[in-house]
Design a protein around this ligand. Structure first.
Ligand code: 4NP
Length: 159
C-alpha cells in the first residue's frame, strides 16, 4: 500500500492543489510510493462553478505548475471526517488549517495531522490568494522544499 497524504489549505484553489501536484511529482522522481490528494477546510468551492476571481486564481496555480513542468489536474474538494480514517498523513498549509483539522478529527483517526512546514522550517505557506503572481512562485518553492523534507522524514533521507 502506498503512503497516503492529504494536503490541506483553506479554499483548495491555491496552496493545496499546487502542493498535491508538487508532492506527487517529487515522490515520483524519488521513486517513492506515495498517493496524494488535496482538500480545503472550507466548503465553498466544492464541485466548482467558481466565480471569476476563483477561476483566475486556479488558473494561476495551474500556470505556475505548468511553468515548472508539474502535471496538475484539479477539482476542489472539502476535508471530511472520513479522511482522518483513511489517510496516513493530513498536512495543513498554515496554523489555521491545522487548528480546523484538529477540531474535525474523530477519536478513531489514524492520520497524523501536522503543519506541512513542520518537517522543514516550521513556517506556514503564505496564501497567494491575498497577493500578486509572485506569491504563486513563492508557494511553489515552498511546496518543493516541504515535499522533500516530508519525504525525507517519512521514508528516510537515503530515499
Ligand atoms: P487557498 O487560498 O486556501 O490557498 O486555496 C484561498 C482560496 C480561496 C479563498 C481563500 C483562500 N477564498 O476566500 O475564497
Amino acid at each position: 500500500m502506498p503512503t497516503s497524504v492529504l494536503i490541506v489549505c483553506l479554499g483548495n484553489i491555491c496552496r493545496s492543489p499546487m502542493g498535491e501536484a508538487v508532492l506527487k511529482e517529487v515522490a515520483k522522481q524519488r521513486g517513492l510510493d506515495v498517493s496524494v490528494q488535496s482538500a480545503g477546510t472550507a466548503g465553498y468551492h466544492v464541485g466548482e462553478e467558481p466565480d471569476e476571481r476563483l477561476v483566475r486564481y486556479l488558473n494561476r496555480t495551474v500556470a505556475t505548475c505548468k511553468k515548472h513542468n508539474i502535471p496538475i489536474n484539479h477539482e476542489a474538494q472539502q476535508v471530511g471526517r472520513e479522511d482522518f480514517r483513511t489517510f496516513d498523513y493530513i498536512l495543513g498549509s498554515d496554523a489555521n488549517n491545522v487548528r480546523d483539522l484538529e477540531r474535525l478529527k474523530p477519536k478513531d483517526a489514524k492520520a497524523t495531522v501536522a503543519l506541512w512546514g513542520s518537517f522543514d522550517d516550521g513556517r506556514p505557506i503564505a496564501d497567494p490568494y491575498y497577493g500578486g503572481i509572485d506569491g504563486f512562485e513563492r508557494c511553489y518553492q515552498q511546496c518543493v522544499r516541504y515535499s522533500n523534507a516530508f519525504l525525507d522524514q517519512a521514508f528516510g533521507e537515503a530515499q
